[in-house]
Design a binder for this molecule. Structure first.
Ligand SMILES: Cc1ncc(C[n+]2csc(CCOP(=O)(O)OP(=O)(O)O)c2C)c(N)n1
Ligand SMILES: [Mg+2]
Length: 329
């Protein structure tokens, strides 16, 4: 599979070579790095939350899903969209609020969606990806489609009522829902460990009678293997499965957050476990040449750069389009 094909998300639901997973992570890294800079320079409007440092979760889970599967994501969802093959140019145009953006410039970073790729949407409401994802899993089951629905959520969402209602329904109806918690330790500016007496998110699964597993969220291969097994289980009708991926967000809650609440030694330790470095080191150990991996990263940057150049040239949406596609129109 070529780098482009990988980044286009041609997931098959079978084991993906780590080389391809690395390429997807490189694309997410290049995209998020530039988005951060463009937001700082006021080229991208609105609010932006990047997933730098969390690339392995998006790539590992995204590559474990098959065509037709659903994804419901969060305010930190660029990586999930890219890992499911959302078009890079259409995504960047959307972030620039251009009429040719994937949502015609009306969604932006936090409401980006692409039903054709099964991406039901990013979401500004913490916890809302769960009922949406579980609802899609219900439709899949009722229609006998065999589609798996992955709902991504942060650990900050698990004390929301929506989490409990959605997980319980998914459990009693044996829905094909892959519940993916990206535990990056922080919810906005607070340490999530101080918000509950239950130390692990995965521990909560037992209270709903479903299975779960905690995984190193900075190890793309480990995430991918677990997600493949969990998705296969969902497809066989065994009901939902909860994955807790332990990871870390490198940047602030939103771009511009100086993160005074994070201890420096903690941030440094997690940066040393950079998911791309973890993967690169393993690939080098299997005999892959460093130049090959450099080339993948260069291709990702070139692709992202081209999407920026294009977005800059595009016009904003026409004024007459303001109410088009709006409910009730
Ligand atoms: C229902 C709701 N409550 C509060 C907020 C404000 N808010 C936005 S993001 C966030 C924290 C989310 O933390 P987490 O779920 O861990 O996701 P992360 O940002 O770490 O990816 C909060 C409280 C919101 N958007 N929606
Ligand atoms: Mg969090």
């Amino acid at each position: 599979m070529s780098t482009n094909e990988t980044a286009a998300g041609s997931a098959s639901g079978t084991a993906t070579e780590e080389f391809d997973l690395f390429a997807t992570m490189a694309l997410i890294r290049a995209f998020e790095t530039r988005v951060s800079e463009l937001y700082r320079d006021s080229e991208i409007p609105g609010f932006v939350h990047t997933s730098l440092g969390q690339e392995a979760v998006a790539a590992g889970v995204g590559s474990a899903l098959a065509d037709g599967d659903y994804v419901a994501t969060t305010h930190r969802g660029h990586g999930h969209c890219l890992a499911r093959g959302m078009d890079v140019e259409a995504m960047m145009a959307e972030l620039f609020a251009r009429g040719e953006g994937i949502c015609h410039g009306k969604g932006g970073s936090m409401h980006i969606a692409d039903p054709a790729k099964g991406v039901l949407g990013a979401n500004a409401i913490v916890g809302a990806s769960l009922p949406l994802g579980v609802g899609a899993a219900l439709s899949s089951k009722l229609l006998g489609q065999g589609r798996v629905s992955a709902a991504f959520f942060g650990e900050g969402a698990v004390n929301q009522g929506a989490f409990h209602e959605a997980v319980n329904l998914a459990a009693i109806w044996d829905l094909p829902a892959l519940l993916v918690c990206e535990n990056n330790i922080y919810a906005e500016f607070s340490d999530s460990r101080r918000m509950t007496r239950v130390p692990g998110v995965a521990d909560r699964a037992a209270t709903y009678g479903i299975e779960s597993e905690t995984v190193d969220g900075n190890d793309v291969l480990a995430v991918n293997e677990l997600a493949l097994a969990a998705a296969a289980r969902c497809r066989e009708g065994a009901g939902p499965f909860l994955i807790e991926a332990e990871t870390y967000r490198w940047h602030g809650h939103y771009e511009g957050d100086a993160q005074p609440y994070k201890p420096e030694h903690e941030a440094t330790a997690w940066r040393e476990r950079d998911p791309l470095v973890v993967s690169r080191t393993r690939l080098l150990g299997t005999g892959v040449a460093a130049e090959q991996l450099d080339e993948i990263e260069n291709q990702a940057s070139t692709r992202v750069e081209a999407s920026i150049e294009r977005a800059r040239q595009l016009p904003p949406p026409e004024l007459e389009e303001a109410y088009a596609d709006v409910y009730g129109e």
